[in-house]
Design a protein around this ligand. Structure first.
Ligand code: SF4
Ligand code: SF4
Length: 343
């Protein structure tokens, strides 16, 4: 696959052409003093220098709410299969790692056709981080850079971008960039310098162990007092779940229309910190206690999900939960480091 360089003007022309094509283009844009992924209608609005987005790009592979099928109460049902093509522009490496994890989780065991169809229709353009966010700790989680999942990798090297095509889809898109030139060794050296700087510096919080040590650390920490201590301050608002790129839990409900003859089966995001997350038939809640729910989130990230996907830790260090938690108790690094102190 090719590695090219393009000037910023050439790249902007490429984005303008994409925006004017019949393909949906989603990119990062300013939203007051923050940033958000949204449909891009103007190439000038794209901000590849953003620090972090309010919500991760997960919302495009696993929407907040989606219809899985429409049905008639009498019995007939028809699956709704997503088929919209989309270019997702400006995904940071840690968010790409999170999508890669979800790709594994949704394709292993029960293959999730809805998720995988949507994923197959998305072309992802990752961009290396230019501006670190106030709470990022991707360096601690080995996610400051990524080497798979994307179709194109962009790196800002000052006056130009280095553009690496990683798939056939990516290569086809790169071919449409007018003026793209094969990257010179000096340009790929600059890219390496940007990536090495990010590997060292996207670390506003430092995890005091290797991510791969977390499952064993948690194995011994089930009754640690930190769960009760922190949970006393938890509002069970679920914000830490909602903003997390690796939280993928969902609820499925049948919604019957006003005609009482037709309806839809919908799935929507759920969150393990919400008080009724673990409520099952008969109104039994097997995680009624706030501390149990608080602990579950950290176990899920550091032990349960890694057990499903070959040891990969389901926290990519984006720092969004730290910023979103009004109680200032959601920082995974702070909690894992506390477990080490008192282990
Ligand atoms: S747990 Fe927090 S820091 Fe880790 S991936 Fe989720 S939101 Fe980001
Ligand atoms: S964001 Fe903070 S207060 Fe809200 S559920 Fe998460 S830990 Fe609790």
């Amino acid at each position: 696959m090719s590695v090219s360089t393009v000037t910023k003007e050439q790249f902007k022309s490429f984005v303008a052409a994409l925006v004017n094509s019949d393909q949906k283009v989603v990119g990062v844009q300013a939203k007051d003093d923050k940033f958000a992924f949204g449909e891009l209608t103007d190439a000038d609005a794209l901000r590849l220098d953003y620090d972090v987005t309010i919500l991760p790009p997960k919302k495009y592979v696993l929407p907040q709410k989606e219809t899985l099928m429409n049905f008639e109460v009498a019995g007939a049902a028809k699956t709704v299969c997503p088929d919209e093509k989309m270019v997702l522009l400006g995904v940071h490496p840690y968010d790409m790692v999170a999508i890669n994890q979800m790709d594994e989780l949704f394709s292993q065991g029960e293959y999730d056709t809805h998720y995988m169809n949507r994923r197959d229709n998305i072309t992802i353009i990752v961009c290396d981080v230019v501006t670190p966010s106030e709470n990022v700790f991707a360096s601690s989680m080995n996610t400051a850079t990524c080497d798979s999942g994307y179709d194109i990798l962009l790196t800002d090297i000052g006056d130009r971008f280095v553009v690496e095509a990683a798939t056939e889809k990516g290569e086809a898109l790169v071919k449409t960039i007018n003026g793209a030139k094969e990257a010179a060794a000096a340009d790929t050296d600059k890219r390496k310098a940007v990536q090495e700087k990010n590997i060292a510096s996207l670390n506003k919080h430092t995890l005091e162990c290797k991510p791969s040590d977390l499952p064993d650390l948690l194995e011994k920490a089930y009754d640690h007092p930190v769960w009760e201590e922190k949970a006393k301050l938890c509002y069970s608002c679920g914000s830490c779940n909602q903003v997390c790129p690796t939280c993928y839990c969902f609820d499925v409900q049948d919604e019957v229309n006003w005609d009482l003859k037709t309806g839809s089966r919908c799935r929507s995001w759920d969150g393990c910190l919400l008080s009724n997350f673990a409520t099952v038939a008969g109104n039994h809640n097997f995680r009624e206690n706030r501390a149990d729910r608080f602990r579950h989130r950290l176990y899920r990230k550091g032990k349960y999900v890694p057990g499903k996907i070959d040891g990969q830790i389901a926290c990519v260090g984006c720092g969004r939960c730290i910023s979103a938690c009004t109680s200032k108790i959601a920082n995974p690094v702070e909690i894992y480091n506390t477990l080490m102190e008192k282990a």
